[in-house]
Design a protein around this ligand. Structure first.
Ligand SMILES: O=P(O)(O)OP(=O)(O)OP(=O)(O)OC[C@H]1O[C@@H](n2cnc3c(O)ncnc32)[C@H](O)[C@@H]1O
Ligand SMILES: [Ca+2]
Length: 491
């Protein structure tokens, strides 16, 4: 007679089946219960109304992770065509009109069910600061017009305002460090250097700075449980367009109808309007009384002479603090690494000096070569580059070099701590992301509680425990197991 398999008793089969079903159910429930929900995103829109142009940034983050770090990303950027909103002072309606194409873009990029709840901010920087100084009623009219235009969008418009220089610097610093995941992890932070068209910002943490020497340069943050004493300063008029105006104003002081400029390449020549040059508050008041209507601006391309012109727009002598950058502004000792973006990046990119950390001497040599190149040759070498930018690279490069070394006191040793960047992990470096994170309370002051185990670890532990319990259960039923050694009795 064939021997019966002792496992094939109804009891053991039932126990095994129930056990397997229980394990499958346990693991399935664990997986489904804890699986991150299908990503449902939320959105925020910030319009950066700069002096030279306006750009719209759309940010997104997983809806269930409002309070977590490193999760907000830029998904889209739209460059508003035309100039900055401050240039529409004489026809403010057009400033509002100019934003429409990008706002239509936003309607396509943000899912329609999210439109109504998506906050929309407009922040204006140095162009509007200057217009506000020159003609505050005109600046109000521009804000009125852009606000009316943005209110018509389906998004939740939260207002249009001028950022203070301090906010602009501090939010640029937050953006860079947030995108680099330095804030949540409490890592050493990176300084932020932003060069716009009308102002420039420097922001960094220096152990020697606690705000006492110069409170107006001090911003205190508590982020993810860490305290930061940030030094920040915004120099109005020291963006690259206004700096150029100041350099030209300096050279036209003697009043003649022509200037030969070492900061422009040999062969460059243009007729410029005195009144247009002197209309900015950065230079107004300095217009020579005998100035003719126009002057001829020609280039002679010499980096070393250009540096002398550029130096003339800085005041390096006045300082009532222990140490200063320039114009009597306090600056603590430089510390750590720096991310330099906006025009710093555009100009260094043109010079092919963005990929690695660059020795100061190489920048100097590249600039001396660039400035000495005849303008015709330069045009042939770079047919794809817009003439407006090509004209100015010798000046812009020399200005950046002088600002960083003579202005902020970077030396040949510390210069290589600067990285010239445009984006970090797909998001543009700039103040907009930091501004939105702040207004939406997306960075907590204290570190958020984190789960004990990551999701995969949690599922593995549950599975192993379930298996162990099952085996123990089977073993506990041993007394019920049929005895293999017992021969079946033949009656
Ligand atoms: O911060 P503010 O001062 O308000 O100015 P902005 O926000 O408009 O300034 P950007 O950083 O956009 O640009 C800085 C400057 O760089 C110029 N720029 C933009 N693209 C450039 C390029 O490819 N090459 C050289 N310069 C460029 C631009 O015209 C400005 O003069
Ligand atoms: Ca800017």
């Amino acid at each position: 007679m064939k021997e019966r398999n002792p496992w094939h008793t109804p009891l053991t089969i039932i126990i095994a089946v129930i056990g397997v079903i229980a394990i499958v159910a346990l693991v399935t429930i664990a997986v489904l219960q804890n699986k991150p929900l299908i990503p449902k995103y939320k959105y925020g829109i910030v319009l950066d109304a700069g002096s030279s142009h306006t750009a719209m940034y759309i940010y997104e983050w997983p809806a269930e992770k409002d309070n977590n770090t490193g999760r907000v990303e830029q998904t889209h950027c739209c460059k508003v065509s035309g100039s900055g909103i401050s240039d529409y002072a004489s026809d403010p309606k057009l400033a509002g009109e100019s934003l429409k194409a990008c706002m239509r873009d936003a309607e396509r990029f943000v899912p329609s069910e999210r439109h109504e709840e998506t906050p929309l901010y407009l922040g204006a920087t140095a162009g509007m600061r200057l217009l506000n100084i020159k003609d505050s009623a005109a600046s109000d009219r521009v804000f009125q017009a852009v606000s009316e235009s943005l209110q018509k969008s389906p998004f939740s418009f939260q207002g249009a305002r001028i950022l203070s220089g301090q906010e602009e610097g501090a939010f640029g610093w937050v953006t860079v460090n947030y995108l680099d995941d330095r804030l949540e992890q409490g890592l050493e932070t990176t300084g932020a250097l932003d060069l716009g068209g009308a102002s420039t910002q420097i922001s960094f943490i220096s152990d020697s700075f606690d705000g006492s020497e110069s409170p107006s340069n001090y911003v205190a943050f508590r982020l993810y449980g860490n305290d930061y004493n940030l030094y920040t300063h915004s120099f109005l008029c020291y963006g690259k367009d206004q700096a150029l105006r100041m350099a030209l104003a300096h050279q036209t002081q003697s009043g003649p109808g022509s200037i030969v400029d070492p900061c422009f390449n040999n062969g460059y020549s243009a007729v410029k309007n005195y009144s247009v040059l002197y209309e900015s508050p950065c230079v107004s008041g300095r217009k020579p009384s005998s100035a003719p209507q126009t002057f001829t601006h020609t280039g002679k391309g010499n980096f070393y002479e250009c540096q002398e012109v550029v130096k003339s727009i800085f005041n390096f002598t006045e300082c009532k603090y222990s140490q200063c950058s320039f114009n009597g502004i306090f600056q603590p000792t430089l510390q750590g690494t720096y991310g330099a973006f906006s025009a710093y990046y555009f100009v260094m990119k043109f010079l092919n000096l963005t990929d690695t950390s660059v020795p100061l001497q190489s920048v100097k040599e590249a600039l001396a070569r660039l400035c000495a190149t005849p303008f015709d040759t330069l045009k042939k070498q770079h047919p794809e580059v817009k003439l407006k930018f090509l004209n100015e690279y010798c000046f812009s490069g020399t200005y950046i070099f002088t600002l960083l070394t003579e202005g902020y006191n970077f030396t040949s040793r510390t210069f290589s701590d600067i990285k010239f960047i445009k984006k970090i992990k797909g998001s543009d470096a700039g103040w907009t992301l930091g501004y939105m994170l702040n207004l939406t309370n997306m960075i907590p002051a204290e570190a958020p509680d984190t789960p004990l185990l990551p999701h995969a670890g949690y599922v593995s532990v549950i599975t192993v425990i379930a298996l162990v319990l099952f085996v123990l259960f089977i073993l506990s039923l041993r007394p019920l197991w049929p005895r293999c050694s017992q021969k079946p009795q033949i009656v």
